[in-house]
Every structure is written in structure tokens, then in C-alpha cells.
Design a protein around this ligand. Structure first.
Ligand SMILES: C[S@@+](CC[C@H](N)C(=O)[O-])C[C@H]1O[C@@H](n2cnc3c(N)ncnc32)[C@H](O)[C@@H]1O
Length: 204
């Protein structure tokens, strides 16, 4: 039976980087949200589905400590080859399952275009449990997902679309600091409306 990781492996094997439907070479929107977090350049950053994003290169050149996860072994191997793996901790697991208990806690959870692929309520619930266990008190979480006006499918899969309030309901231990609608144009020239949000974990 073909698994979800097979699905993603196949995409990363067969598709040129700059033809991936979510490919970007301008990271200014994500960097703008990161810049709202004091001292982000010295933070431990966890990315739940990093793919082969060029953001790895930018973050690896700062003083961030990176914990990079992806379900696709193929994506991880490609990313390692492209950006090296100096000071990077790699993880290959389904983010809708519990993260290893011994994993280092993170200052920042940074999700672009991963959460919206979880369409099962139980998977979404476990995803947010992971956010809760991994992000330190006072830490931050950025979610950049398809907005309510966004696509209903991506990479051949159904997606869930989000508004800031939907995310807020899953994050009672966090406060919403910023939200912004942002339309990304994909390599095929199609507009993809996203919602960018920044949350901060309460100290108590
Ligand atoms: C649309 S891509 C986004 C990649 C990257 N965040 C970016 O912005 O370029 C989604 C990524 O999430 C990974 N992914 C999908 N479902 C996942 C899951 N359940 N657990 C972990 N990674 C997953 C895919 O392999 C893929 O690399």
C-alpha cells in the first residue's frame, strides 16, 4: 500500500525544486514574521515539514539552532545535499504523531504549508499537542497556511483552510500577536492566498 511518505517522496524525486507548487525564492514574508520575535537569530527553531526550502540556507547562516523535520526521507536527503547539515538536527516523522519525548525544546515553531495537509481531527489534535509540548513558555509559533480563500487541494491532497481564529482555538496556552493575509504566487503563476499568524506562548 502506498503511504503518505511514499506520496511525498515521489513528488520530491520527480519534481525540480523550482517547479514545486509551494516553491519560493523570496522568503521576505516569513522573515518579516520572524523579525517580530526578539532575538530570533539566536533561537532554537523547529520546522515540522521543511521540505527542501531555501529558508534552511538563510537560517543556517544565522546563529539559530535548527531542528528540521519532514515526513519525506527524500526531501531530507535532498536538503542535506543542498545546504549541508552543520548544526542541524534532522528528524523524519509524521508530525501528526507524538514527537520524541527527549527532543530539545524550541523557542520557535515555524510552519509554512504543513499543518493544512492534516485533514483528520485526531491528527490536527496531536499536531497541536506537539506544539504545546515543544514550544518553551515565552516561545513563539508561526503558522502560514492556506487561508479561507485558499486552494482546496495541493500536491494532489485535500487541505484544510484556516483563519487566525481557527488557529487560536487550538492554542489556548498561546496569545495571538500578529496576523496577515498574504497571497503567494506559485511557479505556475497561480495566486495562493495564505494566512500568516504569530503566536506567543504564555509564561504561566
Ligand atoms: C507544501 S510542502 C512545504 C515545505 C516547506 N515548509 C516550504 O515552505 O517550502 C509540505 C512539506 O510537509 C511535508 N509533510 C507533509 N505532511 C507531513 C506530515 N504529516 N508530517 C511531516 N511532514 C509532512 C512534506 O513532505 C513537504 O515537505
Amino acid at each position: 500500500m502506498r503511504t503518505l511518505s511514499d506520496h511525498w517522496d515521489k513528488i520530491f524525486t520527480r519534481t525540480a525544486e523550482n517547479k514545486l507548487g509551494w516553491y519560493e525564492n523570496d522568503f521576505s514574508q516569513t522573515l518579516k514574521f520572524l523579525a517580530l520575535i526578539p532575538a530570533w537569530k539566536n533561537a532554537t527553531v523547529f520546522i515540522p515539514g521543511v521540505g527542501t526550502s531555501g529558508l534552511i540556507d538563510i537560517l543556517a547562516k544565522s546563529d539559530t539552532r535548527l531542528i528540521l523535520n519532514d515526513l519525506s526521507r527524500e526531501a531530507i536527503e535532498k536538503a542535506k545535499k543542498k545546504y549541508g547539515d552543520n548544526n542541524i538536527q534532522w528528524l523524519c516523522q509524521d508530525i501528526s504523531r507524538a514527537l520524541p519525548a527527549q527532543l530539545e525544546k524550541a523557542d520557535i515553531w515555524l510552519d509554512r504549508a504543513v499543518l493544512h495537509f492534516l485533514v483528520d481531527d485526531g491528527h490536527v489534535e496531536q499536531y497541536f499537542k506537539n506544539v504545546d509540548t515543544l514550544v518553551k513558555p515565552g516561545g513563539h509559533a508561526i503558522f502560514a497556511e492556506f487561508s479561507k480563500k485558499g486552494a482546496t487541494k495541493c500536491a494532489g491532497l485535500d487541505v484544510r483552510r484556516y483563519g487566525a481564529n481557527d488557529l487560536k482555538q487550538h492554542l489556548p496556552a498561546f496569545e495571538l500577536l500578529a496576523e496577515e493575509e498574504y497571497t503567494y504566487t506559485n511557479p505556475g503563476g497561480d495566486p495562493r492566498p495564505y494566512i500568516y499568524t504569530l503566536f506567543k506562548r504564555k509564561i504561566t
